[in-house]
Structures are given as structure tokens and as C-alpha cells.
Design a protein around this ligand. Sequence first.
Ligand code: MN
Length: 462
Amino acid sequence: MSDLRGYLKKLDENKEIIQIKKEIDRKWEVSAAMKNAGGMAVFCEKVKGSNIPIVGNVFGNMKKIEIALECPRKDLLNEYIKRVSTLIPPKVVPSGPVKEKVFVRNEVDLDKLPIPTINEKDGGPYIDAGIVIIKDPEFGHNLALHRIQVKGERKAGILAGPSTHLHTYIRRAWEKGQPLEIAIAIGCPPVLYIASQVTGPLGLDEYEIAGALRGRPIEIVKCETIDVNVPAFAEIVLEGVIPPNQMELEGPFGEFHGYYTPGKSGATGPVEMPVIEFQAMTLRESPIFQMIMIGKPPTEGLYLRALPHEADLYRIVKEVIPEVKDVYFPPGGCGRYHAVVSIKKRTEGDGKLALAAMLASRIGIKLAIVVDDDIDIRDSLDVEWAMATRSQFDKDSIIVNGTPHVIDPSAVKRDGKTISKFGIDATRPIASPYPDVCDVPKEVFESVKRRWNEYIGGDGSE
Ligand code: MN
């Protein structure tokens, strides 16, 4: 799919999108409609005070990820890993639809966009489906989603958490006394959103991941006022700078974990964050504004993150345990804080080694669980059964204290800066005897199953 529009068409063909024709308020009403739509994508044609429509929840369930990647659910992880094993660099093109209209300097006005206020206590309207594109002389382009709070016609605040690549880029520019140039691309091809969730190393170009996921390069164009390349098929692009050492209050904002982010006191409130000063806006003739519905899980970020995070974790665990069977982030753990991995244990201690790797990853895992390969980790009953019957927590757990966190609301209970992480090894020992899992004999079960009609009063014929 070349762009958001192509993707929306596919969602429509698969009956995964709802059209709202009634005029709707971008403050709270749009997000209420998205909450009510369950996993359906929602296209709001008429937004009060704007001639630009809003679309959201376009990643509202795994079916949509299947559509975006044109691959069935059962093959997604393998297919994803296969595709990203050969990165495809982006292709610079002279122009593209995103340049149909160009506004510079004081022609820029964020008020022209239907930017929504999503949850009740949000500090104001937020752009939360804007892919933040930055460039560093050594590390190249970096793409990620960051929440952006509107603060004026040409000004916004941006959340740049300490563990993010954005934070590193900002620090490196500021150390030289320079502003960091920044572009925000809204309404991009779906593969770019998926690639934006990769937790790869500094210097990994997310454009190349997106190209690999799509099987052909992402077309990019030069910005008007900064030295950054942006997707040619985006709906809207904002260009600006993050001026050095300027911090202002940002937030609160209802996050993916289901809480507003805490201020200094620990209660819902704003925090000091960098600001963006915008100097250009380019867009299509009739653009579509995209948002991401966010709040207590399940919300769409879960499905958007699922695959890149599974693939990242798979790679991380495989480095220490070659025989990883499956990896999974249960939705109750916000698709990020809890992770379960199944392995074929070869050596005593493999479980602990896998836990150490999981807790060390940048994904943000707080609770890591490792089970044997007979456990279906996508079934919470099976995982709980393994923990109940294969763990003694004094010996089979590890705790890591004082580690950084990914905006975890419970960090407030400590010092607000660090958290403690827990790992449970629910694998059976291999070096000492252990009881077998009980079951009826397999051949008897198969026979009963095959002849089930005879048992329940059928006509007796096979
Ligand atoms: Mn990155």
C-alpha cells in the first residue's frame, strides 16, 4: 500500500471501518466515538470548525495488521522476521502528494488541522499519530511516535522520555548548542507506523524496516526548511526545530497504560519537556488527519506494537537461547510491561538466562515469564498453569532493581525515576527428576474422538 488512503480502501473492502457522517466535535466526541466503535476504524467526515476529516483506530485489532502486511495472523511473526532480514533503503523522489500545498513561516497555523483532545484530563489537543522524523550526522534518520501537545499556532510540546532515541538526538544537538531539526508526518503508509514501534539499536533506520515490510522502498522527499526527508505519500507534514535548552510544562496525557502521566507530585499533572517551533506545513489538496485512540488497554497501540515487539524480543532471546518457540506480550500488561517466552530448554539455567535477556531489553518489560515449549503462551490459562506447577519463587525468580522505565505509572511509588523488574522461570528442571504431565492414553482419546457419534447416541456408523 502506497499510502493511508490505499490502506483505508482495504479496510473498507474488509468491513473494518465505520463512516461517521454526523458533524462531530474534535474535543472528546471523536475519541468517544472511537471508544464506542470497539476495534473498528472510524472515519469522521465532518469535524466541527474544520474542513479536514479525522480517521482513527486504523490499527484497532490484529485483523487490521494482517491487512496492512497482507499476511494471515498465524504466519505474521515468521513473515515479519523474514521480511526485515533484508532491509530496503528509502528512495528519494523529487516531489509527492504531500507537497500539493505548502505553507511557510507565519502562514503555518496548527488551528487549520482538526487536532483532537482525546481523554478528559488531557492538557489540550494532541497529535498522537505523527511520526517524528529526526536526523543525526552520525546516526542518520530516526522515526518514532511521540505525543505532541499543541501550545499555539506554531508551537508544541513533545514527550522525549530518557530511554528514547529522540532524547539522545536532542542531547547531542544541544551539547553543540544547536537546535534539533524535526519533522512530524501525519497519515503515513501503515508499514511506517509499524516500523516506528521497533526498539532496535541507535542508528537503525526505520525507513529501511518499513521498506522491507512492504517489499519496496518508501518514497521520501526533502523538507522545505530543514535537512530532513519525509514520506512523499504522507497526508500532512509539519517542519520545525527543538530550540536548545528550552523546557516547558507538557501534559498531562492519558497514555497507553490507562493512566494520565504524573506531574512532580506524583498525581496527574504536567512535566518539563522540550518544545517544537514550527516553520512549515505541507499537505495534500484534501488531506486526512490521523489519530491513534489511546487509553486503558485494549486500545489500538497494542496491535500496532505487537509484531515489532514480538520480533525484537524473539531476536533478543534467540541470542542466548537458540531454541525459542514463541514470544508474546499479553494485553493486560499493556502489550509491553509483561512478556512470556517459550523455549526448549537444553541446559539447566536456560530459563534464567532468557529472563535476564528479556529484562535487559529496551522494550520496557517489567514482568518476564519463561515456560517450556509444551505451553501455549498465547493462552493465559496455560501460562498460569505452568507458573502454578513448575515454579518455586525463592529459587525460580529474579528481581532487578533500579532500572529505567517506560512511563510506568507505578514508578511514582518508588523514586519516580526507576522501577524494579521481576522474572519467573516456570520451566521444569532437566537435571533432576520431575513428575510427568498426566493425560489419558493418546490412542484411546483419538479413538473416542473419532467414534464420538457412537458414544452420544448416533446411528453407530462411522
Ligand atoms: Mn530508532
